[in-house]
Design a binder for this molecule. Sequence first.
Ligand code: PLP
Length: 410
Amino acid sequence: MNPKELFAESKTIIPGGVNSPVRAFEPYPFFVKEAKGSHIIDTEGNDYVDHCLAYGPILLGHSDDDVMADVYNQMKMGTAYGAPTENEVKLAKEVIDRVPCAEMVRFVNSGTEATMAAIRLARGFTGRNKIVKFEGSYHGAHDYVLVKSGSGAACLPDSAGIPEDTTKNTLSVPFNDVEALTKLIDEEGENIACIIVEPVMGNIGCVEPNVKYLKFLREITEENDILLIFDEVITGFRVSRGGAQEYYGVKPDLVTFAKVLGGGFPIGAYAGKKEIMSLIAPAGPVYQAGTFSGNPISIQAGLSTLNKLDYEFYGNLARKGDYLRTNISDIVEDLNLDLQVVGLASMFQIYFNPEPVVNYEIAKKSDAKRFLVYFRELLKNGVFIPPSQFECNFISGAHTEEDLDKTAQG
Ligand code: PLP
């Protein structure tokens, strides 16, 4: 039985990672038997160079020996306590040391929880209700951020089970568009609690902010007493040691993390200015908590992961990213293909659209059918990338030059 047949027959599960509207039209192509470093082996023994990397978290490569050993040792000491640990404090200090805006940190279990809490905090801090997001962005599976043009991974109509009150309070504008945001803030500014942004849009492929756009966001939010939230669930600890805010030199009020931070284990975090973060209960009035928040397994995985992510690691990763993008671009030029390869650091995307992609409207023009052909061809050639034109592709520290050559040739 292959995965497609199983999912068609199954009445017992709604598969976790494959349960998005996108994956519904191209089911996961294999069952994984094992994963090590940059490779996945399926149940039929096929070996793939993996650029999905569990949609991002596996920055060190699958089953990193050091992380696994530390986590195993921690498991022998218990898996959950409901009490703080020294490691949690150590991990918080490590985050604060790296991330410019982080003065206080709270750990949760996913990116969704982190963005939900950051938005709740922003509403509590400002006493305002509305939030602004960008078209095509994805900030997790909670009501506020699923409506008004979700990304390719979550294009829900406003009516899909989301209360009307919530849809009314979510506003959205195109990314990289100064005029649209200025107009919105002129009209609605005094009702807006926060702007939440993926500093590099990783859920419409990979779209960098225009030069100065993030600085503009910082200025317009400060002028209008609106909080700026960077959703660094994808970019955090990936594009540089201190994430996108360090990379672009723009400091938000709050930031959210997940993916890379857990080294393959479920974790999330939000952090930011003390005066905002200290509103969280029990010290303050804004409630956020969770049974497994700060659990010792994920915290240990995070600590062991960050211990390995030093300046040298990021230097090597950036070189690998440049190597792959240049390699593919050269082949594209030689073959005179009308597609473009974009990305930064360990993120890359191929758009089947000759126009420079600056926001969702243009990302949508990338030819989905050609993307699927390319995805299937790569798979036949032993390269696995996410099966959607909107999902960013990743490189891990474990990828070798040989892996990257195989990807480019594929
Ligand atoms: N924010 C961004 C930018 C994401 O890409 C994602 C997930 O892909 C999330 C938030 C939600 O994170 P999680 O899936 O861990 O809940």
